[in-house]
Design a protein around this ligand. Structure first.
Ligand SMILES: NC(=O)c1ccc[n+]([C@@H]2O[C@H](COP(=O)([O-])OP(=O)(O)OC[C@H]3O[C@@H](n4cnc5c(N)ncnc54)[C@H](O)[C@@H]3O)[C@@H](O)[C@H]2O)c1
Ligand SMILES: [Zn+2]
Length: 367
């Protein structure tokens, strides 16, 4: 097992990465579970595979697990899902000093984290991430949110978990497409800040996706270390460091919006395409070589993720895609900062990108 500490002033917490953590959840949580009653929120897919081992561990430790099983899918991260979760937590008499367990992917983690942030003005929570995406990204760093009619993740809070248990065994039941989507966020850490890790991904990405536990442990650990470092430096995304994590996300978000945030394009798939676009756009601006941009595209394609926007068959021009970017929540006083590359392994925030130039660039990528 690997242990990474997220060093936040006054309230550091651990991320543990290894196999079998869910089956041992009572011991892993230890003193955080101070009462017999333990509230756990999950979704129906995750419950099918992982309720039993979690339940068994808690019961063996003399606990009384209480379950809220929500529908799976992005729609659960809604006002309705939030209301249901809060009402349930209140009915379960959860107090400020208690911990709620969030068992699932980023949807459950974001929803339960936000509920914990506002329940009685803030109670504790533990992240039990069961997707690769949640293990390497959403469970660490304390961003919590729900979606509203106006868009995704526009209502939320910063609320850090007390502990994160990333059980690699959970990845064994994850559908392949979800696995690949999560892997996009893994390779992202290499592209944005660690050329050696990118090289490792080129060699071992397939093994991570195929279920090689040693490769998965290394990939998750490296990713969490990178995220922990950035979050410790810039917890609330005010200094620029945390914004680098948005590599591929501005382009990706436009593609997701174009696809109506549907199953047609998963978030990780959009990020994969977005990173290829960010790399190629960096080459267009003379920041990296065309060869390096294509190296990024190849590494992404090799993992089975989409790498060519033209293959999406969007039937839209660059301007239409760029128009989505105007509604990006990273818009800051009329400018949209773009994460671009100075090399593979070195991203930076460029605040001088003209959307008209982006639109022209996208026109060529779309055909
Ligand atoms: N808070 C953050 O910093 C942050 C960062 C990135 C993404 N996010 C959010 O995360 C969400 C996406 O997370 P996600 O990709 O984990 O999606 P998700 O939670 O919807 O999980 C994907 C699918 O896999 C199923 N599933 C989860 N674990 C499983 C397992 N072990 N076995 C079988 N099926 C399983 C789920 O039921 C769901 O159908 C988005 O809402 C996004 O906004 C948040
Ligand atoms: Zn992402």
């Amino acid at each position: 097992m690997a242990v990474i500490s997220v060093e936040l002033a006054g309230r550091p917490y651990e991320v543990r990465v290894g196999s079998g953590l869910l089956a041992n959840v009572a011991q892993e949580c230890g003193e955080l579970l101070r009462k017999p009653r333990v509230p756990i929120v999950t979704d129906e897919n995750v419950a099918r595979h992982w309720r039993q081992p979690v339940e068994a561990s808690l019961v063996a430790a003399g606990k009384e697990p209480r379950w809220l099983v929500l529908p799976h899918g992005e729609a659960t991260k809604s006002w309705e899902g939030l209301e249901r979760t809060l009402d349930w937590l209140l009915a379960e008499e959860v107090e400020r000093g208690d911990h709620v367990l969030a068992l699932g992917g980023g949807v459950i983690g974001d929803l339960v984290g936000f509920a914990a942030a506002i329940l009685k003005r803030g109670c504790g929570f533990v992240q039990l991430p069961t997707t690769l995406l949640a293990q390497v990204d959403s469970s660490v760093g304390g961003k919590t949110a729900i979606n509203t009619h106006a868009g995704k993740n526009l209502v939320g809070a910063f609320h850090q978990p007390s502990l994160v248990l990333a059980d690699l065994a959970a990845l064994d039941t994850l559908p392949l497409r979800e696995m690949r989507a999560g892997y996009a966020e893994v390779i992202k850490y290499g592209i944005l800040g660690d050329s050696e890790f990118f090289q490792w991904c080129e060699a071992k990405g397939a093994a991570v996706i195929a279920g090689d536990k040693a490769a998965q442990e290394y990939a998750v650990t490296c990713s969490v270390e990178a995220k922990a470092r950035i979050v410790a430096e810039d917890e609330r995304e005010t200094k620029g460091a945390r914004a680098l994590l948005n590599l591929g996300h501005t382009f990706g978000h436009a593609l997701e919006a174009e696809c109506g945030f549907s199953e047609r394009l998963l978030h990780g798939e959009a990020v994969a395409l977005g990173m290829v676009l960010a790399a190629r756009y960096s080459a267009r601006r003379g920041l990296i070589t065309d060869a390096d941009a294509e190296r990024v595209a190849s590494a992404i394609a090799a993992s089975g993720l989409p790498s060519e926007v033209s293959a999406l068959g969007l039937n839209r021009d660059g301007q239409a895609l760029a128009a989505h970017m105007l509604h990006d929540k990273k818009m800051d006083a009329g400018t949209l900062p773009f994460v671009l590359l100075r090399s593979i392994g070195e991203a930076f925030l460029d605040r001088n990108v003209e959307l008209t130039d982006v639109a022209e660039f996208l026109d060529r990528q779309l055909t």
